[in-house]
Each structure stands twice: as C-alpha cells, then as structure tokens.
Ligand binder design. Sequence first.
Ligand code: FES
Length: 110
Amino acid sequence: MPKGQDVCSVTELKPGDMKCVFLGARRILLSNVDGQVYATSDLCSHALAYLSDGFLEGAVVECPLHGAQFDVTTGKALSAPADGDIDTYEVTVTDGRIFVASEEQVPAKS
Ligand code: FES
C-alpha cells in the first residue's frame, strides 16, 4: 500500500505542469520536473499567494504576487522577498496514481 493519500492521476500532470491538490484543508503544489513529481506547500512563504497560480520553469516556481522563487525539489527559497523555505512532502507514484504523504519534510540545510 503506497504511503500517503491518493491525490490524482499521473496523466493530469505532464512534464512542466504544476497543479494544486488538497490534503485535508492543506493546499499542496504538485510539480512535474522532467517526469519526476514533487510536492511542496502551495502557499508562498512571503504572503498570501498560491504558487500554483505562478510560473514553473524547470525546477523553479515563481510566485505570481511579488516574484519570489523556490526550488520545488527541495523547498528552498531562492530569491527575495521569500521569508523562508516551503514545506516539502514525500511523493509516491503507484499504478498511475500520485500519492502524497501528509507529514511535512523539513527542507535539507545547505
Ligand atoms: S506573496 Fe509570494 S513573493 Fe510575495
């Protein structure tokens, strides 16, 4: 049994796409980077904006409000005015379905 909650089909998230899904009331951003799916918080660390409304370029998502950038593979903030990293979540793909674990993973320190 895969870990986490079944959130959508892999066919809904093509390479270069991102999508908001829900874990309970939590907004999760799914991003497909070269065929690999990553899950992070959908909420920008700066203010109230949803990253799924922004732009994904490679592994970098840009917030639609003030342009902060985050690495969706690590949750690391890459540019101002981000106030910190965003949470990441474990993703498992099984039988064409994407599962996201409900516990946040602390971004790795560099
Ligand atoms: S709300 Fe995202 S950069 Fe300001």
